[in-house]
Each structure stands twice: as structure tokens, then as C-alpha cells.
Design a protein around this ligand. Structure first.
Ligand SMILES: [Zn+2]
Length: 455
């Protein structure tokens, strides 16, 4: 965590894209404590005493990226059913996930968060919804991993209470009782949620999806979140199968169902939202409901292409997410900028989404989804010093526009990644935990989950 010992940092000579405000072709960013204190053209007029000077020549400075949807534990189950539909993949994965414990979750989260940091992410959510009994404190394990890697973290206490015997998709062995879910969720919020400006840890309430959670738990979860002042998150409208399931079970489409349960609003952000009607798009905009767009995962599972440009045009908040590593296989967050842009254009034409709009989704759009647009998502004095400095020399020098160089091609290496003024990545390497240790933690988690003999 950033503290009084974090030295001030002065970045100069960088091409700065503040996201909010004009781009600065060669400028400075001054960081003191966990805040940005100055952003402007040319060299910094003054530097705080003891500041570290970072030469940003040949670099692009952007706000740190915000990941709005993930399932970190899935790092341990990558490569399962690589060619299946969502429901086939889920059914194959549930049995494996029923065997995870705190050690698996801690190792998977360390690798997953380290991987995110290496692709420019400074704030990540996580949606954890499988809590097998007697396997240790899974939620605490991922929170500890985020502390070690040094990212701002928004873990969502997920849940499933609608097993196969209740008409749901997951096997009964991986679901919990509604009362126990609500008790554990409230406990997690009271124990960990920090609402203060600059918070490194906030909790959200996140039942898994309409096809694995009862309507009763959805309603009670929303009441609990609103009484505690925390946000709500779930999956919705991911695939055509889900439309069919909701029509059969509830007699309506997924978003309409959520709306009836009180699940649209400015305190809600929803993963995927691929299959939306025109009315759904308007409801999202009217209610301020956010979307976590996960283009690689949607492509991997053949779910479809979300109506992102329509949502943006309507004024609804949209952020980017990598989704669980088992449905997108090691997707880097910066790569989702390119994927979002290309998928929108493939479906809606070349002007559907620009590189700068996609970058805004990955930063300020994500911050809006998390209710933190006053703190993160743009480079402005007074905001938190979450900064990504991308090295655009070498091969990237041949591209005239640095934002195009950054967004269209392979993601450039990070010269520096700062979270609240603290260096998490320097010269392409992690500086909080080592890359080797993080990668080994992920591999160990994978082996432990696959080896059934210790259970
Ligand atoms: Zn997901």
C-alpha cells in the first residue's frame, strides 16, 4: 500500500493522454504521496524534494487501466473445454471448481493479478462465487494476493443458491444456502470494505447469474448491498442459451428479469450484456447501469458481440474486463482495448469505436462502473496517482499517432506502472512480487486443483 515513505515521482517528456482533457504531446506529471499534483506541457515547473525523476521520452502516459470483470480463481483451471459453449464449459468446470481451496485461490489470484499489472491494470475487480465448504477462507486468500501484488482491488462476494435440483445449471454440491450467503456477504463487507477516497479495497455484492441464483436471493442481495452502501454486480445476457433459459423459467428476457428484481441502477454494473434489445440499451442509459464488456471471452465462447457502441452513444457507462482466465486464457487487459475496437468495427463498421474511445472505456469508463470516476480513470491533479507509462520506441516509432501505436498493434512494454504513486512495474518487470514467484504460484495452484488425491 502507498504510505508516507512512497517517494514523490516526476515524469517528464512523455506524450500524455489524460483521457479527461486535451492530449499533451510532451509534458509532465507530478506525483506526491498517492495523488497527482500537476499535469501539464513541457518540463515540470518545480519538483518536490527527493522526487524520483522518470524520463518519459518516447513513452505514452495513460491512466492505469481498470478491469471491471474477472474470476481470478480460474487461473487454476485454464484450458478446460477450450471449444465448448458457455453452458458446456461451465458444466465441465463446476466439478473442478468444487475442489478448490484457499491455497488454490491465493496462488491463482497472485498469478492473475500479476498478469493484469503487466498489462497496465491498476484497479481490478474479482467476482468469486464458488465457496466449497471446509476449504479455508477463499475471499481472504485473494485479498491477501492483491495486497502483495499492490493493485487496487474490488473483490465481489459472489454466490449461487440455485443448483440443478432447483432448476439451475450448477450441481448442488457447489451452491450455498441463501441465509448463509447473505450472512457471509455482510461479514465480508463489514470486515474489508473501505469507502474512503483512495481506498485500496472495496467489496461488492455479486450473486452469479440468473441461471444459478434464485430470484429471492437476487432481491435480498440488492437490499443488503443498498443497506450497506456497496455496489452490485452479476452476469447477464451473455449468450443466446441464457435468453432461452430465462424465457423458459421466468417468461421474459434476462435484462427484463433483472429490472423486475430491482437490479438496474447507478450502483449496478453487469458483465457481458451481449444480447440486449433496444429497450434494454435505453434502460441501461436511463438508470446509469454499467456494463463490463469482455470481448475476448465473448469471442472465445462464441457468445456474440456486445452492443458497446450503442450503449456508449446512449450515454451508459461501459468498462472493459478480461473475464475469468478460464474463459479467455491469459488475456492481457490492454489487449482488450484492441479486441473491443476490432469487434465493434467488424460488426458495425470502421467508425463504430475509435482507439481513443476504447482507451476511455478501459480507464474512465471502468472507473464509472465502479463508482470511482472522482478518484481514478483520468490523469488530473487531485486524482489518485494510478499511471501507466508505455514504452513506444523501437518498432513503435514508425507509427505517427502514439495512441494508434498503442491500441492497434501488440501492446507495448510498460516503462512504469504506478498504483497510488507506488511503483508496481518498472522496465516491464514486477517490483512488488517477482514475476517468477507469481508465475510459480499460478502453476502450483493449477497442479493442486487438478490433482484430486489431496481431497
Ligand atoms: Zn464472468
Amino acid at each position: 500500500m502507498p504510505d508516507a515513505t512512497t517517494p514523490p515521482v516526476v515524469i517528464e517528456n512523455a506524450y500524455i493522454v489524460p483521457v479527461a482533457g486535451e492530449e499533451i504531446p510532451s509534458g509532465h506529471i507530478v506525483i506526491e504521496g498517492d495523488r497527482i499534483t500537476a499535469v501539464g506541457p513541457g518540463p515540470a515547473p518545480s519538483a518536490p524534494e527527493g522526487a524520483e525523476r522518470v524520463d518519459g521520452a518516447g513513452c505514452l502516459a495513460t491512466p492505469g487501466l481498470v478491469n471491471t470483470h474477472h474470476h481470478l480463481y480460474q487461473w487454476a483451471s485454464q484450458g478446460v473445454t477450450p471449444d465448448g459453449t458457455l453452458f458446456e464449459w461451465l458444466v465441465a468446470s463446476y466439478r473442478l471448481w468444487a475442489r478448490m481451496d484457499a491455497e488454490v485461490v491465493g496462488g491463482a489470484a497472485t498469478a492473475g493479478l500479476a498478469w493484469l499489472a503487466r498489462s497496465g491494470c491498476t484497479t481490478s475487480t474479482d467476482h468469486h462465487y464458488v465457496f466449497p465448504k471446509g476449504r479455508g477462507d477463499l475471499f481472504e486468500a485473494e485479498i491477501e494476493a492483491a495486497r502483495q501484488v499492490g493493485l487496487r482491488f474490488h473483490p465481489c462476494r459472489g454466490s449461487m443458491d440455485r443448483g440443478r435440483s432447483g432448476g439451475g445449471l450448477p450441481p448442488d454440491e457447489v451452491v450455498e444456502e441463501a441465509d448463509e450467503i447473505l450472512r457471509a456477504t455482510e461479514e465480508a463487507v463489514r470486515k474489508y470494505h473501505d469507502p474512503s477516497f483512495g481506498s485500496m479495497l472495496r467489496i461488492a455484492v455479486a450473486p452469479c447469474s440468473p441461471f444459478s441464483v434464485t430470484g429471492d436471493l437476487m432481491v435480498r442481495s440488492a437490499e443488503l448491498a443498498r443497506s450497506l452502501g456497496v455496489r452490485l454486480h452479476t452476469h447477464v445476457a451473455e449468450t443466446a442459451d441464457e435468453d432461452e433459459h430465462c424465457r423458459e423459467q421466468f417468461g421474459m428476457l434476462p435484462v427484463e428479469y433483472l429490472d423486475r428484481l430491482g437490479w438496474l441502477g447507478p450502483d449496478v454494473w453487469l458483465a457481458h450484456c451481449v444480447h440486449l434489445t433496444d429497450k434494454d440499451v435505453r434502460r441501461f442509459a436511463d438508470t446509469g447501469t454499467g456494463t463490463a464488456h469482455c470481448p475476448s471471452s465473448n469471442g472465445r465462447l462464441g457468445a456474440g458481440i456486445a452492443r458497446v457502441s450503442d450503449l456508449l452513444r446512449a450515454g451508459a457507462p461501459v468498462g472493459l474486463g478480461v473475464d475469468g482466465a478460464a474463459s479467455s486464457e491469459m488475456t492481457p487487459l490492454a489487449g482488450e482495448i484492441r479486441m473491443a475496437m476490432l469487434m465493434q468495427r467488424a460488426r458495425y463498421g470502421p467508425r463504430a469505436l475509435t482507439a481513443r474511445q476504447a482507451l476511455e472505456m478501459a480507464t474512465l469508463g471502468g472507473a464509472r462502473c465502479l463508482g470511482r470516476e472522482g478518484e481514478i480513470g483520468s490523469l488530473e491533479p487531485g486524482k489518485l496517482a494510478d499511471v501507466a507509462l508505455w514504452r513506444l520506441g523501437g518498432y513503435y516509432d514508425g507509427v505517427d499517432d502514439p495512441v494508434v501505436a498503442f491500441a492497434y498493434g501488440q501492446t507495448p512494454p510498460l516503462a512504469r506502472l504506478l498504483v497510488g504513486g507506488r511503483t508496481v512495474v518498472a522496465d516491464g518487470e514486477l517490483r512488488t512480487v517477482s514475476d517468477q514467484a507469481a508465475a510459480e504460484a499460478g502453476a502450483r495452484a493449477h497442479r493442486r486443483l487438478l490433482a484430486s488425491d489431496h481431497f
